[in-house]
Write a protein that binds this ligand. Structure first.
Ligand SMILES: NC(=O)c1ccc[n+]([C@@H]2O[C@H](COP(=O)([O-])OP(=O)(O)OC[C@H]3O[C@@H](n4cnc5c(N)ncnc54)[C@H](OP(=O)(O)O)[C@@H]3O)[C@@H](O)[C@H]2O)c1
Length: 234
């Protein structure tokens, strides 16, 4: 587990040639809770947001475009993905495979995966509904893309307003490509969260399990957000 500091992010971004201060084009596929939270936040960092919607002219999609800063627009999902270097897969998990496979060639693109695959068991509690992880499955469906797990362990209202958590919130990330993780880490920290790198894509299984226990704790009346206090370095 690696706590990613701003210095480390800058060093990794320099290696990849990506500059957190430059405007990138980010396709946000899905205009619901997560897409509607992350799109406007990422636009605050100066990035251009293209919402990928099945109905880009719908009134609620156009309202989301209007509340997003900069050169925001909405178009069909495949058009949005083709124009972007970063693709946020913010559809419901049961729709993700069809949605992803409709996006065309994703080779080299960074895919941000905030998904959770959740089923409710006989006791009314959440369980993971995939064997590996949504991130691993997305990586398998798009083997030449650079998938990064992030933003699945907190609620969309907190993404939209980190101050509503009443204190710092840590977002764990995982993925196979260090440069892609540095880019996503810069987005995470840029909008007000702490970030910890949990390792390669296999770690996404545990990160998705974190959402299960967080959700179940909420069901049992003890809701929390994740904050990892660093061990003091002597
Ligand atoms: N809600 C949360 O607080 C939260 C927090 C962390 C993670 N997550 C995870 O994030 C994912 C998204 O959750 P959400 O709450 O944002 O879902 P949501 O509000 O239902 O939004 C999903 C969006 O996906 C789009 N969509 C649906 N079917 C599609 C398809 N076949 N192709 C392309 N787009 C399609 C729709 O946008 P258009 O109609 O515009 O196409 C829809 O608004 C889920 O896996 C969820 O578990 C949710």
């Amino acid at each position: 587990m690696v706590r990613i500091t701003p210095v480390l992010i800058a060093a990794l971004l320099a290696v990849t040639g990506w500059c957190s201060a430059s405007a990138e084009t980010i396709a946000v596929i899905g205009t619901g809770n997560v897409g509607g939270a992350l799109g406007p936040r990422f636009s605050e960092l100066g990035h251009d947001i293209i919402y990928g919607s099945r109905q880009p002219q719908r009134a609620d999609v156009q309202a989301l475009v209007a509340k997003t800063e900069g050169n925001a627009t909405a178009m069909l999902p495949a058009e949005a993905a083709a124009a972007a270097d970063i693709v946020v897969m913010a559809t419901k998990w049961p729709d993700a495979e069809v949605a992803l496979k409709s996006l065309g060639d994703l080779s080299g693109k960074i895919i941000l995966d905030p998904n959770n695959a959740v089923r409710i068991n006989a006791a009314g509690m959440r369980e993971m509904d995939v064997q590996t992880s949504t991130a691993q499955m997305i990586q398998d469906w798009a083997p030449n893309a650079r998938v990064v797990k992030a933003f699945n362990t907190l609620g969309a209202p907190t993404m939209a307003d980190p101050s509503s958590a009443g204190g710092p919130v840590t977002i764990p990330i995982a993925g196979n490509d260090a440069g892609a993780k540095a880019v996503i880490a810069s987005l995470v920290t840029g909008i007000g969260f702490e970030v910890v790198d949990m390792g390669d894509i296999s770690a996404a299984h545990v990160i998705e399990g974190m959402l299960i226990i967080r959700g179940n704790a909420g069901t049992m009346g003890t809701p929390f957000n994740y904050y990892f206090r660093p061990v003091p370095q002597n």
